[in-house]
Design a protein around this ligand. Sequence first.
Ligand code: DP6
Length: 344
Amino acid sequence: KYTMVTCTAPVNIAVIKYWGKRDEDLILPVNSSLSVTLHQDQLKTTTTVACCRDFVEDRLWLNGKEEDINQPRLQSCLREIRRLARKRRSDKDSTVDVSGLSYKVHICSNNNFPTAAGLASSAAGYACLVYTLARLFGVEGELSCVARQGSGSACRSMYGGFVQWKMGEREDGKDSLADQVEPETHWPELRVLVLVVSAERKPVGSTSGMQTSVETSSLLKYRADSVVPGRMDEMTSAIRRKDFAAFAELTMKDSNQFHATCLDTYPPIFYLNDVSRRVINLVHRYNRHYGETRVAYTFDAGPNAVIYTLQDHVSEFVQVVCHFFPMESNRGKFLQGLPVASTT
Ligand code: DP6
């Protein structure tokens, strides 16, 4: 007899970036961050977890391929959820069905977008894993703390809408949690476009990249201590007011400072490429043309541009992108997959 649960979790795109850890094992950040969670039906991970008394070991399949289950972060999440489930059993006793608590699990997880292309696949992946395991084992309550231990940015995908990850101060990380700033219904006109510049695996992963940045970049320290705290407040206020120009400018500046921190890392880390830089210039020229900030870009640990804009400007901006990056001449050169994945 199987028990099986399937859930989906969406990608989130940070507008104030998380970069750098103060604790590598617990995944505690050097600064708070803020992101927008995309809608469930677009860029997402779908995870099925089955448990059965006949399973002899925990196993994991990612996008159809079996992977090593003994990855430390995966093990942390499994261990934490099982611990919470056991705790719940001892708290509530007979009300929870925990017959399968000691059973092994088979986990099957699929992304509907390129993995490791700097599109926050680990965020959706770990958020989904933790949520699905929790459902299977009947664990409720605050779970961002568990998702965080899979991948830092994953804690923000546990909520929809506009989400902040408060860095916290405690050494045990109990106050390093995500919470919702505004729900997904708050700003219905806001749109996200993902310009897929490359679907290839990134050369320097975020985990090792931010480790080197913490060790070598003085800009990172300055950013964490003196820039991000103010920006978190300004960004929260811009979102509450639905002030697109303020939201957009902060988003672009924060992306730029994150990439400057990568450049300040020694040896330097380059995530942006020529196409990314052309997109940056295009956005600034577009905004200048209208004399107002209508479009913003942001880049994570990869060359793909994520564009924030408002509903009214989507179709025109997509046309402009298609004009300057025509599919014909670029196909196979730098556009792999869809050039513009529009998400509402
Ligand atoms: C650039 O969450 O992937 O996307 O905690 O080591 O798993 P780990 O790193 P990860 O880093 C994401 C970095 C970023 C910025 C962000 O999403 O805030």
